[in-house]
Design a protein around this ligand. Structure first.
Ligand code: CP
Length: 303
């Protein structure tokens, strides 16, 4: 059985194949063809143990555009609340003839654990602070679309690196494609041995922005935060928030990204998030085509 558990398990060729497949699906969507029959015989369960807007809707749309049968499961309204385990929950869903499981879970490694205990293709839609592989794929796809290539580009990931699955998956994906990567944020929110992943550390936002072609602004994940890690929100915004004045003072125009949800006025001001420099909504748009590609490539091994 094949899975997408993390970018860590992919190689450069895998990413190229996903992007070429996503190019095809994006073209199909742009021709206003809302549905292709590709996954007509496949049933997919989206099981979300953590909140989501973009990822959940994007997977569901991708599945429906591929003509898969879709069932949605939210842990909050399920028998998980009565104490049912993850494996029991998923095996019960699978006994209803489900072929693939897209799962978001607060625990790092939940997808890996599940893949070892159930007989279905697992797609990780975010596991705690570990990985969010389809987010990193759509992020790189969006950089490639905007700048022509990811290789050789300078990308800085700004913010709460410590609690961010988006940061880790992006680092793996960007490095595989030959980008130069730095992280920038308060020392307390940068993991200790991050340099061992081949990334630089910059604690001065202006220097990081002067260096980069692309800045990926992350949300401070208050829900995963031990309060002692955190500078105050005001201090954070002063030191690590991007605003139009700062961007205008650079001698080049950089590309601004954000995985969402945005804390407007904290890590990014509205005049930046909504500006021509921002590709935030293109990232969301590309997420559907990229997830169609991932599901199609995995399902072609099930069929
Ligand atoms: N980017 C992202 O994962 O957003 P959601 O939490 O809304 O899915």
């Amino acid at each position: 059985v094949n899975h997408l558990l993390g970018i860590k398990y992919l190689n450069k060729k895998d990413i190229s194949l996903i992007f070429e497949t996503a190019d095809h699906f994006k073209e199909v969507i742009n021709r206003s063809i809302k549905k292709v029959p590709t996954l007509r015989d496949i049933t997919i369960a989206n099981i979300f143990f953590e909140n989501s807007t973009r990822t959940k809707l994007s997977f569901e749309l991708a599945e429906k555009r591929l003509s898969a049968d879709v069932v949605n499961f939210s842990a909050g309204q399920s028998s998980v609340k009565k104490g049912e385990t993850l494996i029991d929950t998923v095996n019960n869903i699978l006994s209803m003839k489900v072929d693939m499981v897209v799962m978001r879970h607060p625990n790092p490694g939940a997808g890996i654990f599940l893949s070892q205990h159930v007989n279905a293709s697992i797609v990780n839609a975010g596991d705690g602070a570990h990985e969010h592989p389809t987010q990193a794929l759509l992020d790189s796809f969006s950089i490639r679309e905007k700048l022509g290539d990811v290789g050789g580009k300078n990308v800085v990931i700004v913010g709460d690196i410590l609690h961010s699955r988006v940061a880790l998956s992006n680092i793996f994906a960007l490095k595989l494609q030959g980008a130069n990567v730095k992280v920038c944020g308060p020392k307390t929110l940068i993991p200790k041995h991050i340099e061992s992943l081949g990334v630089g550390v910059e604690t001065n936002l202006r220097k990081a922005l002067e260096w980069c072609d692309v800045a990926n602004m992350l949300r401070v994940q208050n829900e995963r935060m031990d309060i002692s890690y955190f500078p105050s929100t005001r201090e954070y915004t002063q030191q690590f928030g991007v605003n139009k004045e700062l961007l205008n003072s650079l001698d080049k125009q950089i590309v601004i990204m954000h995985p969402g949800p945005i804390n407007r006025g904290v890590e990014i001001t509205s005049d930046v998030a909504d500006s021509d420099q921002s590709i935030i909504l293109h990232q969301v748009e590309n997420g559907v085509a990229v997830r169609m590609a991932v599901l199609y490539l995995l399902a072609s091994k099930i069929k």
